[in-house]
Structures are given as C-alpha cells and as structure tokens.
Write a new protein. Sequence first.
Length: 205
Amino acid sequence: MKVSEARAAVGGLSEPSKMPCYSFGISADHCKTGSKLAKIKGSICNTCYAQKGAYKWTPTKNAHERRINLIGTSNWVDNMVRAINNADYFRWFDSGDLQSDEMLADIVRVALATPSTKHWLPTHENFIVSRYLRKHGKFPSNLTVRVSAAMVDGEPPKRFALTSTVHHLGKPIGRECPSSKQGNKCADCRACWNPRIKNISYKYH
C-alpha cells in the first residue's frame, strides 16, 4: 500500500502549523474526560483551543469524523504504521483524546512497529493510562505518554512519571514550553517527545 493510500485508510493525518510532524486528531467533542472538564471554570479544557478556529471548519470536522469511525477496524494498526512512514516524530491527538483501553493498546502496537519514530501522546485519560501501566508496567521507549493536569496553574498528576501542566498566574513547573516566544511553533524544541523531561509547562492562551 502506498503511504497516501494508508493515510486515506485512517481518515488522513493532520499537519498542525506549529508542529514539526504529522499528527492524528479527532474532534474534541469525543473527549471523555475532557468533555467533563470543559464544563468546569478554570480547567484546562474550559477554553479548549480545539473547540474554535480551524478545528470548527467543515473539512476539519469531516476529517475528524472519518478518523474516529475507522479507529479499531481490523487494519487500523497496519495502516497507521504505513501512514507514519518511519517519520522522525509523530504526535497523537492535536485534538481529541484516547477513546478506550483498546485504542491505547493499538497505539502501543503502532509505536512498537515504528521504532525509529518518536511518538508523543498527551492525555487527560488517567484511568486508561493507569490500567495499561498496571497490566504492562511501561510504555515502549519511543512512546512518551504525558498525563495532563486538569486545572490551569494546577500541580502535575502525581501518579505518573511523565506529565504536563498549564501556567497562567503561577510559575511554570519543570520545563517551560518555548512556543509562546517563537511564534507559537516548536521550532527546534522536541521536549514533549523527550522522556527524560518529567513535566512540560505550557503558557495559558
């Protein structure tokens, strides 16, 4: 299968303007924990960037719907592996989040089948991540799963080795994301993919 055919078979890949790589995103409307947090003032999801701008355009919404309908189908893992095409970096969920334990297990299979690709997966799905770690102990070395704090200026989730936070009135915790100082782009920073960096703190926007 050609790379273009594989990408079509998973509903297409996103190309976020600030990222150095392709991404797989679905609608934030399908976020399980995020949809609940979105109703809470002061939560990170209350002013979700993926609920505005280009994410609400019809072509983006259609792409998100195609992707979520294909998750879990019989060839999804193989198609994702081919779609990623041994890229140096890949991001899971520039919008949306994990849908199930099975989806996380499939993402792990994709990571194992693409050992030269560094994967980054940010998530609010603490329980899905916890259940995976209880059963398997760890993630592949090329898959950096960062569990996100629920509240702006909140502490990193304590049960997880790799986390992220958002700072607004408080000081950044751990490594501060430099994107706010460089045109909202990663530029040459790859901290989010680096498992040696315990917490990434993003500036509230």
